[in-house]
Every structure is written in C-alpha cells, then in structure tokens.
Design a protein around this ligand. Structure first.
Ligand code: HGY
Ligand code: MN
Ligand code: MN
Length: 430
C-alpha cells in the first residue's frame, strides 16, 4: 500500500521504496537495507566511529567496491577507499563518496545513499574507466556525525590534512579515547598524517546526499544542487545550581538548575527563529536525577548553524548573553564549552556546473538550488580540493530518524545525474 504525499510522489509505506526503477537503484536500496542491519542497536540503526559496526560496514562496502574492479584500502583515519585508474596510471582522482557512520536511531540513507550511489556509478563507468582523464576514486568517510566522541568530520578532515591532534584525547561515554579506539581498530595514530591527500592528486569531490529537508518534495523535484553547506558550531553547556530536598526546600531558597535550563532552551528556539538561524538543544541531562531532588546540575548540548558563519556566530553570542542573564537572576552558574566548529563552505562553480549538467541529463534543465542546512563531509574536503553536492529528495525532509525514506525512482535519477556529472567533468578535462 502506498500513499500519495505532496507533489504527487507515491511513497511505499515500507521505508518509502517503490520498485519501479532500474536494477541499479534497486541494488543501491537493497544494500542500504543490508547496511541498516549493521547496527549496535537491537532495534534501530547506530554505527559509530571505530566501532565493530564501522569495521563491518567498511568490509561490506569494500566488497562492493571491489566488484567494480577497483582496488580498495583503509586509511589511517578509518576511511574506506576504492580506486579505478584512468586512461593512464597515477592520474589525479575525481572522488565520489559520503559517510557510513550514523547518529543514534538513524535513518538508513543519510550518508549511506551517497556512498552506495558512488559505488553504483563506478560500477557503470568501470568498463570505460580506461578512457577517463582522471582516476575515479570512491570514499566512505567515518565520523562525519561525531556521535561517539562529540567530534565531527574527523575522517574527512584527516583526508584534507586538517586533523586536530586534540581529537586523540576525546573520550566516548565509556571513557575510551579516540587514540585507544583507533589502536583497537587496527590504526596507528602516529601515521594519521598519511591519510592526508595532496591537492595535486585530486581533481575534486562530488557528494550525493539526501536533502534532509523538505524543499525538493515541496517543489516536486527529485534532485537539487547544493550552493553551499552551513558550518555548525556545537557546545557542551552546564547550568549549575544546588541539589536540595524537593519537599522541604522553599522556592526562594532554591537554585533549580533544570528550571533555569528550561528557560535557556526556550530562549534558544526563540532567538534562532527571530534571527533566521538554526539552533537546537538535542541532549539534556538533569543531575542527580532524583524525582524528589531539586536538580543541582543540568548538562546539555547546543548545535547552532546559519547560512552565513557571521549570522551563526551572532546567534551564538545572543544565546550565551541571554543564558548568562537568566542564570544570574536565578543565582545559577552557566558554562558553555565549544566542542566542534566547522566553517561554512561554498561549492565550486565548475564542479557545480557539472552537477547541473548531470541533473539536466535527467530532464531537469533548471534544477532547484539550495544551501544545505545539514553539514556534510564536503565541508572538510573543500580544504584540499573543489567540492560539489547533489541532493536527492527524501520524504517530508525527514532525516536522523528511522522514518527516513526515498523512492527507487529518485535514487535512479540520482544515479543517472551523478554518472552524467562525472562524464561532464571528464568532458571538461578531456
Ligand atoms: O549535523 C549535521 O548536519 C550532519 O547530519 N552531520
Ligand atoms: Mn547526518
Ligand atoms: Mn550525512
């Protein structure tokens, strides 16, 4: 049974897949389902950096990459690579890819669709790879999300040569450092520099990704062009009060950290809406957590982003100023520690022209263009080579949730567009 949604797209209830497109799209979707089963959760998807699930996903993907005739390797950041030589060995590479790590209780297409679409396009082009004026490389980045260590984009940052040595000491919720997790994964932290690629060895990076927003569905378009990618800043926040008896403590004597934090959270939304930015408190924990104890401490996360970094930074400052005022009035302490910052990135004009040509090859001569509210590996990779992105419609714009859904027809269109974009890059470099 399928239900029509906005813009007349027919979605099948089972993960939004409709079986009316090519074999390639079906293969990609079946592999998305196969990877969805590689999870640390009994119910739901979680595949975090340097975990057994990460290793399993890399192994699965490596097998699919080798089926294209590509050689594969894992770099010292845990990213999986594949390479098809061009018309002569050792040419600079056009890289296609995305990430295989996930948030907790994730959808099955975020990142994964981009990696598997890249593999499918390589499969299509493999017989002609020897004619290409570049090598065709595939990459499955890890740690785009930063779920395990509150980092983000570390796999792609290592490739861009912007690895931050401080990341080694980040700890997961069990106290395991990135360094120890990397060693247990079989990597050598002292060789992380080997993951960095030289600009002269790269032609550019193309990433296909679900939109993770409602614009394409509202416009009735299966595909879109990304103009720029917003850079997020993420923080660990603390509101510090005093744990007291929930019954015997009169209100004037209370320093209730959770009531203060609640005012801060509401202000985060209000200020973001007022300023046209995007700010989210995704995680909040009251301590000590007793039902009959006034919370003495609240720890929370804060994620802030905007189309322009300066607007994002102004929103951060406004939130911090308001939060300090609220907490001062309530005799509460307030701490905000930045744990991640990524600069927003513009997509390369020439490479984007190839993405536009790719979408035109599917019949959309004037594709929808939008900035990406979601962050992507392309932001980090842009430090070492030109980048461009291709968006695929997802149902209701839902992402970072099990209801993430695409149609096989849209995936087929994305494959055709990505293949045509690669050939357009080749034509421009012939
Ligand atoms: O947070 C993001 O925007 C991305 O999904 N990592
Ligand atoms: Mn994501
Ligand atoms: Mn993603």
């Amino acid at each position: 049974m399928s239900a029509a949604t906005g813009a007349g797209v027919q979605w099948d209830a089972r993960q939004g897949v409709r079986h009316d497109a090519g074999a390639g799209a079906r293969r990609v979707l079946e592999r998305c389902d196969e990877l969805a089963a590689v999870s640390a959760l009994a119910h739901g998807i979680e595949r975090v950096h340097l975990s057994p699930e990460h290793a399993c996903a890399n192994a699965l993907a490596a097998g699919w990459v080798r089926e294209c005739g590509a050689r594969t390797w894992t770099d010292q950041a845990g990213n999986l690579w594949g390479r098809l030589e061009g018309r002569e060995p050792g040419l600079p590479a056009l890289v296609l890819g995305s990430h295989l790590d996930t948030v907790t209780d994730a959808g099955r297409y975020d990142g994964v669709l981009g990696v598997l679409s890249a593999v499918e396009v390589a499969r299509r082009l493999a017989p002609r790879a020897g004619e290409l004026p570049f090598a065709l490389e595939l990459v499955a980045f890890s740690d785009e999300e930063g779920t395990r260590f509150s980092t983000a984009l570390t796999g792609s940052s290592a490739v861009a040569g912007t690895w931050d040595e401080a990341w080694w000491e980040r700890r997961d919720r069990d106290g395991v450092t990135v360094r120890r997790a990397a060693e247990e994964f079989g990597l050598d932290p002292s060789r992380i520099g080997e993951a960095a690629r030289a600009p002269q060895d790269l032609v550019g990076y193309l990433e296909l990704h679900i939109e993770q927003g409602p614009l394409l569905e509202a416009a009735g378009r299966p595909l879109g062009v990304v103009t720029s990618v917003a850079g997020a800043r993420r923080f660990a926040g603390r509101v510090v009060g005093e744990a007291r008896h929930a019954g015997g403590t009169p209100y004037p004597a209370r320093r209730d950290a959770l009531v203060g934090a609640a005012e801060v959270v509401l202000a985060v939304e209000r200020l973001a809406v007022q300023r046209g930015g995007i700010a989210t408190v995704g995680r909040l924990q009251a301590h000590p957590g007793g039902v009959n104890v006034v919370p003495g401490l609240v720890e929370f996360s804060l994620d802030v982003r905007a189309e322009r970094d300066e607007d994002r930074d102004a929103l951060v400052a406004a939130v911090e100023e308001h939060a300090r005022g609220v907490c001062a009035e309530r005799r509460l302490g307030f701490e905000l520690t930045e744990v991640h910052r990524a600069a927003g990135v513009g997509c390369d004009a020439d490479l984007t022209a190839s993405v536009v040509a790719g979408i035109a090859a599917t019949g959309d001569a004037d594709p929808l263009r939008t900035w990406s509210r979601a962050g992507h590996d392309a932001m980090a990779v842009a430090a070492v080579t030109p980048v461009a992105m291709l968006f695929v419609r997802c149902e209701g714009g839902v992402s970072h949730a099990p209801a993430e859904a695409v149609t096989a027809a849209d995936v087929a269109a994305g494959l055709d567009a990505l293949e045509a974009a690669v050939l357009d890059v080749a034509a421009r470099r012939a």
